[in-house]
Ligand binder design. Structure first.
Ligand SMILES: [Zn+2]
Length: 482
């Protein structure tokens, strides 16, 4: 089965065909590094991580770029607030802590590193080349010291966002990097010196600094040199940012810019747009400080389909924490299993049979190929976890080494996407209350009576309360989990 993605450009689900066999090129718009990214940003980065990991799981070779916007209205404003007469080095030292925080947060959230992280301050030459080309071909003009893109010259303007071209204000211009859909004007390619708040670069056409939209177009050309397979970003970037990227790149190079545009929906908090003033604004650090587990945040953010609006609540995060505890508990149980290599167990058939293991893997990947249907993929994962727990119950946590390896291989496969199981060992020993010991006794009693359904129910309950059960021939005990 091939991958299917919803392509914003054609507004429909399409079969994915990469330009080169088994190879995918992806560009994801990354952070503007003037503050610490919030969980809405991370929803979008986790979406691109799920996309990347799904393609890798299907044996694609992936070359993935995420840019770091260190030149824009906001980073320059920030650098100017810190220094009266800032130079490029001041801009870099202003953005550095935010760039460091971005990489740290990515690591905490289990987001895979991509192959390239270009920065605008390091891509000046390709941007100047692109601007010159646009000027030579008549798409760019100079006015009041800045260089603008003439959108009436580019016939396909508006194709991606489906904007109403009647609202285009020909001859009017925007100097800001961001503006609204109902007020479409020529956009700035290179902002003239007098408008740049002191940080500028000398170029043959104009002294100043690049516009935000130019950065992505130039980086893509600089790294890939041709049409790319996939471009991702949040839905808020469709207009004007991505529309302007298409205009610049296709006008300059005369070939298709991107084959598949995939956009991730907004994240709301408690049903509302996240805002500091509304008191519903969270960074990853805010949530970790409140004691939430990073894997639970990852699990929650990846569990909702990318084209659905995501309503983030602390209750949902608490539920995700319970689920992650269950997952930790299961995986620890599996890795702790004692194996025997005697002749009898070697000949025993593995339950479920080897074919079913393959079926779990295939169903998991097929769900992801279906426009990244994570709900379906997670259902397959939880089904497999239930089946494996049942095997462990029936066999009293003793398996043949073959059985154990097959099970570990299956769950390691799931973890190539989830990236949660590997942290299962993050468990600390702690005191257990009388209530917990009581639950453990009841669970052991149920096991002894071969009432596995009841034993499972009690084990889940114990897990939800944040404890892990350690079974051994000497008996069972509890350990508190993070
Ligand atoms: Zn971009």
């Amino acid at each position: 089965m091939p991958f299917y993605f919803y392509n914003t450009f054609n507004k429909k689900l399409e079969e994915f065909k990469s330009l080169e066999e088994n190879k995918v090129t992806i560009y994801s718009c990354g952070p503007t590094v003037y503050n610490v990214a919030h969980i809405g940003n991370f929803r979008s980065y986790i979406f691109s991580d799920v996309l990347r990991r799904s393609l890798l799981l299907a044996d694609y070779q992936v070359e993935h770029v995420m840019n770091l916007t260190d030149i824009d209205d906001k980073t320059i404003k920030g650098a100017c607030e810190k220094s009266e007469n800032p130079c490029i080095e001041d801009l870099r030292s202003y953005t550095k802590p935010f760039i460091d925080a971005f990489f740290e947060d990515n690591k905490i959230l289990g987001i895979d590193l991509v192959e390239h992280y270009p920065r605008a301050t390091e891509t000046i030459e390709p941007m100047v080349n692109l601007m010159n080309l646009l000027s030579e071909k008549g798409f760019a003009y100079k006015k009041e010291g800045s260089i603008y893109f003439s959108i009436e010259k580019f016939k396909n303007y508006g194709r991606l966002s489906g904007i109403d071209l009647n609202s285009v204000k020909t001859g009017l211009r925007y100097d800001t990097d961001e503006y609204d859909k109902d007020d479409i004007r020529d956009f700035v390619i290179w902002k003239g010196e007098e408008k740049t708040e002191k940080i500028s670069w000398e170029t043959p056409l104009c002294k100043g600094r690049p516009g935000w939209h130019l950065e992505c177009s130039a980086m893509i050309r600089n790294i890939f040199g041709k049409t790319i397979d996939i471009h991702t970003g949040g839905v808020d970037l469709i207009f004007p940012h991505h529309e302007n990227e298409i205009a610049q790149s296709e006008a300059a190079y005369g070939e298709k810019f991107v084959n598949y545009w995939i956009h991730c929906e907004h994240l709301l908090v408690d049903g509302k747009k996240m805002a500091k003033s509304a008191g519903n604004f969270y960074t990853l650090r805010d949530l970790l400080e409140k004691g939430y587990n990073a894997d639970a945040i990852r699990y929650l953010l990846l569990s909702v389909h990318y084209r659905q609006k995501f309503n983030f609540t602390l209750d949902a995060l608490k539920q995700a924490t319970q689920t992650v505890h269950k997952i930790y508990n299961f995986y620890n149980r599996l890795t702790d299993v004692k194996t025997s290599n005697d002749e009898k167990s070697k000949n025993e058939t593995i339950k479920p049979s080897a074919i079913e293991y393959e079926k779990y893997k295939n169903d998991f990947l097929d769900a992801l190929k279906d426009d990244l249907n994570v709900s379906k993929a997670l259902a397959v994962f939880h089904d497999a976890m239930r089946a494996a727990n049942q095997i462990l119950d029936e066999k009293n946590d003793a398996l043949s080494s073959n059985e154990k390896e097959t099970l570990l291989d299956l769950f390691d496969y799931f973890d190539k996407l989830l990236n949660i199981l590997k942290n299962s060992r993050k468990i600390t020993a702690g005191d257990t209350s009388a209530e917990m010991n009581d639950l453990l006794d009841k669970r052991n009693e149920a096991r002894k009576n071969k009432n596995f359904a009841e034993a499972d129910r009690l084990r889940d309950l114990i897990c939800e309360k944040g404890y892990k059960i350690l079974d051994s021939p000497e008996g069972s005990k509890l350990q508190k989990m993070n």
